[in-house]
Design a protein. Sequence first.
Length: 223
Amino acid sequence: MKSFLKNNFPVLTLYLALVSVALYYAGTYGKVAVHSYINNYVGNPFWDTFFFYMTYLGDGLVLPFLFLGILFYNLRTGIYATISFFTATIITSILKYKFYDDVDRPSHVFDWTIHKPLHYVEGTDLHIHNSFPSGHSTQVFAIFMCLIFTSTKQSYKILFFLLALISGFSRVYLSQHWLIDITAGSLIGTGSSLIYYYVFIGRDRFTRINKPLLKLKKNVANT
């Protein structure tokens, strides 16, 4: 436990600080005011393109290739990330479609309820319902937090965290979600990765598969 906290203290501290800031602003000013403020920055060609493509890190078309890459790099980490992903996704889906199915997305609220125009990124396929929590944020944090917890280099941990953060924030930038949606999604994904860390990695479990997939196949063939 101590070694885990020591190795991941910088990233976890930064993450909790950002969650606290997001919850403060969402609770103090409301999700509509916060979204309206962030939306003022939409329209820059560079950032529009950047966030348009970065959002695909949490998309179903990209994730299979990401999982495949992790499995080939390390089988134990791949299984860990996969189970974390599916658990977090199931939890978010239940919340999104069972308990919070009446929560509308920013574009629908701004266009049809408060009648205030938003800046949109061209080419974005906007959704209108089932906003809370964010599925993309849940999925990307469920995977990348696993990579963070299993990485030995702080530079990799920071890189993975930035990728998860940027992909999650892209959902707000594109007006697909509210800030509170991506915050909740990230908490679900992070929580899932923490739980399964102690199932698969804690106390150095499953050491036989703690190696690249191809090396495991070679070992099996040699025996």
